[in-house]
Ligand binder design. Structure first.
Ligand SMILES: NC(=O)c1ccc[n+]([C@@H]2O[C@H](COP(=O)([O-])OP(=O)(O)OC[C@H]3O[C@@H](n4cnc5c(N)ncnc54)[C@H](OP(=O)(O)O)[C@@H]3O)[C@@H](O)[C@H]2O)c1
Length: 352
């Protein structure tokens, strides 16, 4: 069966990456693309790298245009998709790359986003570990099977959650003193023109932003870490914009639980991802580069134990637009539809 697909927000960065991956997916056919200010334009004028989709014209982003497709991917600014998805009457599977359906807590939504809080959907990070009250560890992919509504993750949020969930689920680290600092590329901020994202403001410099606990991905990380078994995760989160168009390199540290040996700590990560196609723990002493994940649906991770500090140090790299958004969305959609999870996705990056 070929699933008919629409992508809303197809003129933007996340929409463009969804289309790049969907164009190669054997079970999906992109029939409709929509934009906002670009509606009426040829898609190719906004996404000149998507040659195989040059026949498509951007339609207005309206429920009537999107209804009737088997699968609709949303890549709209937060606040825009929640309103629209509520109006859908005939869409088998909807996947939102925006934040509108990610948070379960309306207090968190009010504090970090504001405006109407929409219902939470199944979270689109299949490898994420979940620990039940009985101590049994499962994966988020189990909740995605047969799902009809999926919230793809925030790119920084999934990088950090994947980095720390193994240690929390295994009980080898504590979650009350987590520190994470991320080097991030400006494509994470979208395509809309903003002065601080001009080349002149970015080239040759590293610019911290959202310093001091204000970044919107913090409650999403806490939600994921609670799911992995953390009681009340406390996290200091500092992103730094660096001059690479795509990519996230997140360095996360947390205290090792009392009495836990260094080998047990590393083992928790190795075991957690040993059977995963898209999350790889590198051999001891090796740490990832963002360049090796570009265009791939892969998260690479290096794990070290800083014994003098009593902390684990996890360095994770992924492509914010691929595994961080569009790849996660498609991987989750594959699971929801009962397709092989890896369909249409590559572990190989584009380097240098
Ligand atoms: N960029 C990333 O790495 C990344 C990672 C994870 C999640 N996300 C999420 O994905 C979503 C899209 O991000 P992006 O980076 O692709 O942003 P973007 O490049 O700015 O694209 C936004 C898209 O939404 C459309 N749009 C703008 N205002 C709209 C409105 N009021 N109503 C309906 N459509 C509107 C735009 O259309 P026109 O261009 O035609 O105006 C464009 O197609 C966001 O919620 C973002 O948080 C992004």
């Amino acid at each position: 069966m070929t699933y008919s697909v629409a992508v809303a927000g197809a003129s933007g960065y996340a929409g463009g990456e969804l289309l790049r991956l969907l164009a190669e997916h054997p079970d999906f056919e992109v029939r409709t693309v929509t934009g906002h200010s670009s509606a009426g334009d040829a898609l190719i004028n906004h996404q000149p790298h998507l040659r195989s989709l040059s026949h498509l014209t951007l339609q207005p982003t309206e429920a009537a245009v999107l209804d009737g497709h088997d699968v609709v991917f949303f890549a709209l600014p937060h606040g825009a998709s929640g309103e629209l998805t509520a109006q859908l009457t005939n869409v088998g599977l909807a996947v939102d790359a925006g934040a509108d359906h990610r948070l379960r807590s309306s207090d968190d939504w009010a504090k970090f986003y504001g405006g109407e809080h929409h219902e939470p959907w199944q979270y689109g990070v299949p490898e994420l570990m979940l620990r039940g009250d009985d101590g049994k560890v499962t994966r988020q992919r189990e909740a995605l099977r047969g799902a009809t509504r999926i919230a793809a993750p925030g790119c920084n949020a999934s990088t950090v959650a994947l980095s720390l969930a193994p240690g929390i689920a295994a009980g080898v680290i504590e979650a009350d003193d987590i520190v994470t600092v991320l080097a991030v590329g400006p494509s994470g901020a979208g395509k809309a023109a903003k002065t601080h994202l001009l080349g002149a403001e970015l080239m040759g410099t590293a610019n911290p932003y959202a310093v001091g606990g204000t970044h919107r991905h913090i409650p999403e990380i806490q939600q994921s870490l609670r799911g992995a078994g953390a009681g009340d995760p406390r996290i200091s989160f500092t992103p730094v914009l660096v001059p690479m168009s795509r990519g996230i390199l997140a360095t996360s540290t947390a205290t090792v639980a009392p009495g836990v040996a260094a080998e047990q700590v590393r083992e928790a990560w190795v075991n957690a991802y040993a059977d995963e196609t898209f999350v790889h723990v590198l051999p001891e002493g090796q740490f990832p580069r963002t360049a090796d994940t570009l265009g791939a649906n892969t998260c690479l991770m290096g794990v070290a134990i800083d014994e003098s500090a009593g902390r684990v140090v996890v360095v994770a790299a992924l492509d914010n637009l691929a595994k961080g958004t569009a790849g996660a969305a498609i991987q989750s959609a594959n699971i929801a539809l009962g397709l092989p999870e890896q369909t249409g996705l590559s572990v190989n990056g584009v380097a240098p």
